[in-house]
Write a protein of this length. Structure first.
Length: 181
């Protein structure tokens, strides 16, 4: 085997490991985004059902909910890491955790923008909150649909996947609302 070919062969396993790790990170980020979307949607719907809601209170509730979920995730990640590895996370592991968990905070951006637009008088607060919840439900459908397409079973399977994910998401939100989120 020529020297150049040997070098390429040595890179292949490392490239596969890197690609697998990148895929794992992408999957973890998506998982966090979906979890945050479900939790925040329940809070947003509860806010929309409140009789005496205010813009500032609604914005703070959304922001603090996202922050609380994010901080709880960081604590859980660090505690589980220490329990399994018997050491604290390295700086690189902390960076990865922050990168993976950042969608938890980003989930609040859309609802906060809509609450802000409502505060400017462009739409009612209840409408802004319901649009936010609707966008999250549509997003669940799109993730399910995209996953169905990526599996390769065709458009009908993708549609079914999207509908199932949406129904499961709605059920999770309903349970959170019944439990007082």
């Amino acid at each position: 085997m020529a020297a150049g070919q040997q070098g390429d062969a040595d890179k292949t396993p490392a490239a596969a490991v890197t690609a697998a790790r990148a895929g794992d990170i992408a999957a973890a980020r998506l998982k966090e985004r979906i979890y945050a979307a479900l939790s925040l949607t329940a809070v947003i719907i509860a806010l929309a059902e409140t009789d005496h809601r205010e813009h500032l209170e609604s914005a703070l509730t959304v922001a603090v909910t996202a922050l609380g979920i994010w901080l709880a995730t960081l604590v859980a990640d660090e505690q589980s890491h220490r329990a399994l590895t018997r050491r604290s996370a390295t700086l690189q592991e902390i960076r990865t955790t922050l990168h993976v968990s950042s969608p938890l905070l980003l989930t609040a951006a859309g609802p906060l923008v809509l609450i802000g637009i409502s505060a400017l008088g462009a739409l009612e607060l209840e409408t802004a909150l319901l649009i936010s919840a609707g966008v999250e439900v549509v997003t669940l459908f799109l993730w399910g649909w995209r996953t169905g397409l990526r599996i390769g079973n065709g458009p009908l399977s993708a549609l079914l996947s999207g509908l199932v994910d949406t129904l499961i998401g709605i059920a999770v939100v309903a349970v959170k609302l019944l439990a007082g989120h």
